[in-house]
Design a protein around this ligand. Structure first.
Ligand code: ZN
Length: 248
C-alpha cells in the first residue's frame, strides 16, 4: 500500500461502464490506494460551478436549467483539471469520456500533456441483473442500510432489520429511470469499448462480482500493467454477449 502510494499510477486510467456498475465506488478505492485524484464528472461539475471562473460562469446557467453541459465546456473543464499539479502521478477518470468525440479530444489532451495512451478498465455487467440490482434496492431512512428486495431482503417487508426504520425506494432507482439511463449508455458510451479495445488499451473486469473481488481484480490489472494491456476483439465474446442482450 505504501509502495503503491509512493509510485502512484503513472498514467491516466479511465473507468468505463454503465450506470450502476459500481465504477464510482471502485474509482474512489483505487484512487485512494494509489494516492491519486479521483476525477468524477459530478465532482468536477460541482467545483466548476462553485468556482467563479469564466468557464464556471458559462456553465452555471446551463446546469441551473438542468440542461446537458455542451462538450466544449466539459472538455475545457477536464483539460484544466488534469493539468493541475496533483495529477502528476496519474489519476482515475470516472464518468468521462461519455461519447466518442469526447474520447478523441481526451486523447489530444493527454498527448499534449505527454501522458500517452490511457488504460481503460471496462466494467462488464449483465444488463438484466443490473436492472434487478438497482430496482430492488431499498435504503433505510434512519440508518442508511442498503437492502435488496430480491437478493438481500429485510426480515420484515419495508422495515430495516437494525432499527425498524422505513425503507425507501429512491426515485433514481425506478425501473423506467434506470432503463432510460442504460439505453443512453448503450447508444452514446458503449462505442468507446470498441474504440479503446482496438487501440489495445482496454481490459475487461466482471462488474457483477462482489465489490471487494472487483477491487482486487482492478488492482491486479493496474499492478500488472504499467505496460499496456489488451484483450484482442475475438477474446471478448463475453462482453459482446452482454452488448447484444442490451440491444434486444
Ligand atoms: Zn436502518
Amino acid at each position: 500500500m505504501a509502495d503503491a502510494r509512493a509510485r502512484g499510477l503513472g498514467r491516466a486510467v479511465i473507468f468505463l461502464g454503465p450506470p450502476g456498475a459500481g465504477k464510482g465506488t471502485q474509482a474512489k478505492q483505487i484512487a485512494k490506494h494509489y494516492g491519486v485524484p479521483h476525477l468524477s464528472t459530478g465532482d468536477m461539475f460541482r467545483e466548476l460551478v462553485a468556482r467563479d471562473t469564466p468557464l464556471g460562469k458559462r456553465a452555471k446557467p446551463i446546469m441551473d436549467r438542468g440542461d446537458l453541459v455542451p462538450d466544449d465546456i466539459v472538455l475545457e473543464m477536464v483539460a484544466e483539471r488534469v493539468s493541475r499539479p496533483d495529477t502528476a502521478r496519474g489519476f482515475v477518470l470516472d464518468g468521462f469520456p461519455r461519447t466518442l468525440p469526447q474520447a478523441e479530444k481526451l486523447d489530444e489532451i493527454l498527448q499534449a500533456r505527454s501522458w500517452g495512451q490511457p488504460l481503460v478498465v471496462h466494467f462488464v455487467v449483465d444488463p438484466g441483473q443490473l436492472v434487478r440490482r438497482l430496482t430492488g434496492r431499498r435504503i433505510c431512512s434512519v440508518g442508511g442500510e442498503i437492502y435488496n428486495i430480491y437478493d438481500q431482503p429485510p426480515k420484515v417487508e419495508g422495515r430495516c432489520d437494525n432499527d425498524g426504520g422505513p425503507l425507501i425506494h429512491r426515485a433514481d432507482d425506478r425501473e423506467e429511470v434506470i432503463v432510460e439511463r442504460l439505453a443512453a449508455y448503450q447508444e452514446q458510451t458503449r462505442p468507446l469499448v470498441d474504440y479503446y479495445r482496438s487501440q489495445g488499451v482496454l481490459v475487461d473486469v466482471d462488474g457483477m462480482q462482489p465489490p471487494t473481488t472487483v477491487t482486487a481484480k482492478v488492482l491486479e490489472i493496474l499492478e500488472r500493467g504499467q505496460e499496456t494491456h489488451s484483450s484482442p476483439p475475438e477474446s471478448s465474446a463475453a462482453a459482446n454477449q452482454v452488448s447484444q442482450r442490451y440491444e434486444r
